[in-house]
Every structure is written in structure tokens, then in C-alpha cells.
Ligand binder design. Structure first.
Ligand code: CIR
Length: 269
């Protein structure tokens, strides 16, 4: 989940890999997973990495009726004591939400919760956060009405929201960017431009990565200063190491095959 600051990543919700994972949607980075057992091992390594680095993880059972159910990031957006339950942008993913919503409402007792009505659509994977600056992707999954719902949620806060048009060759904003710290955004060349982001707060920077490492731009910065990264993206790794960050490398091949990245597999709350 890309809607919390790094220091807020104390607890994470994940969902196990279903038996039907080979039927997950795949159109961008992946051509579809083929090995459920390997996906489960990679997913368990992801959970282990979170736990080994101080994050308390709660895992919801998989639901074989929903091949994409591990990608919980898309189903709820938690921002500083408020929660948006978006209407997912792909019809096949709508029914994944109830157990996630139930769990988060119970955990975040009394949380102010907003839902989406009418034609509003959004996947949580279209949101990244850099301190108090939010970016939301307008994509094949997130439309203007969905973005308006997020704007309403942020209205009474000091947070700023900027909209970025996602190119047709990418699924979500988090598919191609992330904030490994509250001062850095990793971005692939050829997908987005500096103008898409506008002026950044003082001390913040965009780090440009060659387009062939676009997938590697999705990372998870943890409160202990370490960063979870996908294995096999040397430019990303070097850029982060040069900035003094310690990396936790994870093999994401089967999750990438379903167009999923590191952030997609958790909701920090
Ligand atoms: C989908 O197409 O919805 C899934 N196969 C992948 C979702 C990845 N989620 C994300 O980027 N937040």
C-alpha cells in the first residue's frame, strides 16, 4: 500500500495465493503465472521479509473464486485514520473486497470509511504518497469520479493530491513507480516525464531508471530504513544503495507474471 508514510508501516494485511492463481489477469508485465507452488513460496518469502523487519502481518485466507485476490493493495486505501473502499476498476475483482473491508474496519475500530458509488472506479494501486503529497494515476482502472472520491477524503487535511495520466502500456501508478523513502520517487524513463510530477517538496527527488527496469521501480520502504526490492533490477538497486539504503531482494517472478508488484501484495494500516 502506497498511501501511508514509511514510519506508519507497522502492520500489514496480506492474502494467500489461491489455487486458481494461474487464471489471474495478466496484460502488462506478465503473460500469466504458471506455477502456483512457486508463487506461494515467493509470497511466503515476502511475508517473512516483512515480519523479519518489524512489520506485524495478518494473512487472510485465499479465495479460489478470485484468482487475483493476493493483490490486496487495490481493495482499500488507508490514510491517517481514514479509509476509502474503492470500487475496483476490473469487474472480476469487485467481490475480493468484503473480507478485506471487514478485517480493516474491525482492526481500525471507528475508522472513518468512505465507499464509491455510481460510475466511480479506482484501484488502490493507482496511489503513491511522498510525505503529505499524493499522486493518483488516471488509468484503465481509475477514473475521474474515483479520483474525486479520493479528493473528498483528503479535503479536510493538509495533503495535496496531483493526478498523473498512466500510459497505455502500464496497469497502475504503483506498477511503475514507488517511494522507497518519503523523499524519493523511482520512475522509469519512457513511461512518465518530470512534468507529470510537478515541483517536488524541498529535499525530494525523482530517480530515473531505464525503461527496461520499469518493474523494479516498485519497492517497499520500511520503517527500519531497509527497502524491499524485486530481484534482477541492478540500476534500481545501485541507485538505492548509493543513497545509503539497505536492500532486501525478493524473487517476484510468479507475481510479476500476474502483473503484480511488491506493493500490490499488502495493505499497511
Ligand atoms: C490485475 O490485473 O488486477 C492483477 N492481475 C494485478 C494487480 C496488481 N496490483 C497493483 O498493481 N496494485
Amino acid at each position: 500500500m502506497a498511501s501511508v508514510r514509511t514510519d506508519q508501516k507497522k502492520r500489514a494485511l496480506v492474502r494467500h495465493v489461491p489455487e486458481t492463481f494461474t487464471r489471474a489477469l495478466a496484460k502488462y508485465f506478465g503473460t500469466g503465472p504458471t506455477d502456483v507452488a512457486l508463487a506461494r513460496r515467493q509470497h511466503q518469502a515476502y511475508i517473512d521479509a516483512l515480519e523479519a523487519n518489524g512489520v506485524r502481518v495478518h494473512a487472510i485466507e485465499a479465495d479460489d473464486r478470485h484468482p487475483d485476490c493476493i493483490f490486496v493493495e487495490d481493495q482499500a486505501v488507508v490514510i491517517d485514520g481514514r479509509m476509502l473502499l474503492p470500487m475496483p476498476g476490473h469487474p472480476s475483482r469487485v467481490a475480493e473486497q468484503p473480507p478485506i473491508a471487514d478485517f480493516l474496519m474491525a482492526e481500525l475500530d471507528g475508522v472513518q470509511t468512505c465507499t464509491m458509488g455510481g460510475e466511480a472506479r479506482m484501484d488502490g494501486g493507482d496511489i503513491i504518497r511522498l510525505g503529505d503529497l499524493f499522486y493518483v494515476g488516471k488509468s484503465s482502472r481509475t477514473n475521474e469520479l474515483g479520483i474525486n472520491s479520493l479528493r473528498s477524503l483528503l479535503e479536510t487535511s493538509d495533503m495535496e493530491l496531483r493526478v498523473i495520466q498512466i500510459p497505455e502500456n502500464a496497469l497502475h501508478l504503483t506498477s511503475i513507480t514507488s517511494t522507497p523513502t518519503d523523499e524519493i520517487i523511482l520512475v522509469p524513463e519512457g513511461y512518465l516525464s518530470p512534468e507529470d510530477f510537478g515541483p517536488l517538496p524541498e529535499g525530494c527527488e525523482l530517480i530515473w531508471i531505464p525503461s527496461e527496469e520499469a518493474y523494479g521501480c516498485n519497492t517497499i520502504g520500511l520503517p527500519n530504513g531497509k527497502v524491499m526490492v524485486a530481484k534482477g533490477y541492478p540500476t534500481v538497486h545501485q541507485a538505492l544503495r548509493e543513497r545509503g539504503l539497505e536492500l532486501i531482494e525478493l524473487d517476484m517472478s510468479e507475481i510479476r507474471a500476474a502483473d503484480g508488484s511488491l506493493t500490490c501484495c499488502s495493505i499497511f494500516y
